[in-house]
Design a protein. Structure first.
Length: 147
């Protein structure tokens, strides 16, 4: 009998070889890869359809890049997103943070780096909701709706 997966992950990278290597690493760590995408538009569609627990997203891809896809996913279906890239320019790091990315990993990726990044991203994603607490009561009543 297999243990349940530790999380459902969507992989987004335009290089099939990178996705294949990541899929193997994630499987070995106990995660389930629920889908793969090769560009930003496909990532948005699959994130909506598959509702993953986390997305691992390349930044530089043909068509829509990973940062624009991240912005759109976060606006429509918020989910923890980790970017995986070969580029470490400070401007990209800043843009990734502004887009809502929770971790920034550099290629080539080592298996030892991915598990902590996933768990920290997932913890940070749920943390703000738990810090907010229940909604405040204003004492105002909703106006009646007329049909």
């Amino acid at each position: 009998m297999h243990a349940p997966p530790r999380g459902r992950i969507l992989l987004v990278d335009d290089e099939a070889l990178i996705r294949m290597g990541l899929r193997v690493m994630l499987h070995d760590l106990g995660y389930e890869v629920v889908g793969e995408a090769a560009d930003g538009q496909e990532a948005i569609e699959k994130a909506a359809a598959l509702a993953p627990d986390l997305v691992i997203m390349d930044i530089k891809m043909p068509g829509m890049d990973g940062l624009e896809a991240t912005r759109r996913i976060m606006a429509a279906h918020p989910v923890p997103i980790i970017v995986l890239t070969a580029y470490n320019q400070q401007s990209l790091v800043a843009e990734a943070a502004e887009a809502g990315v929770l971790a920034y990993l550099m290629k080539p990726l080592r298996e030892a780096d991915i598990e902590p990044a996933i768990e920290v991203a997932r913890a940070r994603f749920v943390e703000p909701a738990s810090l907010r607490g229940p909604p405040a009561r204003t004492g105002r009543r909703r106006p009646p709706t007329h049909t």
